[in-house]
Write a protein that binds this ligand. Structure first.
Ligand SMILES: Nc1nc2c(ncn2[C@@H]2O[C@H](COP(=O)(O)OP(=O)(O)OP(=O)(O)O)[C@@H](O)[C@H]2O)c(=O)[nH]1
Ligand SMILES: [Mg+2]
Length: 251
């Protein structure tokens, strides 16, 4: 059995840095972790990727050979991943079966993983009960109510698209004051008061989104900082609860 967690989030939300620091944290706690880089265009990653899409897809060659611009090349690279799904899946099974957890760092442009075919194919290659989507909320984007509501909608959209269990992680919390973090976490329970400041139809949509967020009660929103390590302990505990065989990682 392979326990697999996909880190997904908007560009620059901290996927790669969190993959690296969470991996280090779990290893110091005695867990074995397999890391997967699925971003073909990344130049530097701060961890040793056990499985790396760049071994299958040469992004620079795509740009040169097909005279593509950066976005065209990213789309071509994301679609090419489909041709290597079988190999990547086998690599993940080979290493993942002897690991406690497989952490998958996904491409910068979230839609390439979540909405094009490769992400769906890969996530559906493994049983749902051993798969988790960790959706990253960039704290810089959720510190006002409209940002918070929009990112919740985005997370829900990706959840609908991939159809796997989800947790929410608020990243870069070292950049916020304690009171700001509290305020954002409180919105999960009661976003309505601050929705009052929005106008007209937007306010109506926001109220309905707020209702949806209230209904999300059981999805945790965990504040972390990959920089200081704050919140990693709680995140690790959450991950271990999400996977059937997770309880014995952190002994
Ligand atoms: N202060 C602070 N900065 C962070 C943290 N995590 C990431 N960053 C910074 O945020 C920027 C983006 O981080 P990445 O880890 O590359 O984010 P990403 O989601 O992998 O980015 P793309 O793959 O390019 O979309 C970098 O400058 C990081 O140093 C954090 O916990 N605190
Ligand atoms: Mg990245």
């Amino acid at each position: 059995m392979v326990n697999i967690c996909y880190l997904v989030g908007t560009a620059g939300s901290g996927k790669t840095t969190l993959t690296s620091s969470l991996m280090r944290f779990l290893i110091t706690k005695g867990a074995t972790v397999t890391s997967v880089n699925l971003d073909p265009a990344v130049q530097h990653i701060p961890y040793q990727a056990d499985i790396d899409i760049r071994e299958y897809i040469d992004y620079e060659r795509l740009v040169d050979e097909y005279q593509l611009g950066p976005n065209g090349a990213m789309i071509a690279a994301a679609d090419l991943v489909v041709d290597y799904i079988t190999e990547i899946k086998e690599d993940i099974i080979d290493l993942g079966e002897s690991s406690d957890l497989v952490l998958v760092d996904t491409p910068g442009q979230m839609e390439l993983f979540a909405y094009r075919l490769s992400g769906v194919k890969l996530t559906q290659s493994f049983p749902t009960d051993s798969t988790l989507l960790a959706f990253l909320f960039d704290s810089a984007l959720v510190s006002n109510i409209s940002g918070f509501l929009s990112i919740n909608l985005l997370a829900t959209s990706v959840q609908l698209r991939l159809n796997i269990p989800i947790i929410h992680i608020m990243t870069k919390c070292d950049l916020l004051k304690e009171s700001e973090i509290e305020r954002i976490l409180n919105w999960r329970e009661d976003p309505f008061e601050d929705i009052e400041e929005l106008y007209g139809l937007t306010r109506e949509f926001a109220l309905r989104t707020g209702q949806m967020i209230e209904d999300m009660g059981e999805i945790p929103l965990l504040p972390v900082s990959a920089l200081t390590g704050d919140g990693l302990e709680l995140l690790a505990a959450q991950l271990s609860r999400n996977f059937v065989s997770g309880e014995d990682w952190l002994t």
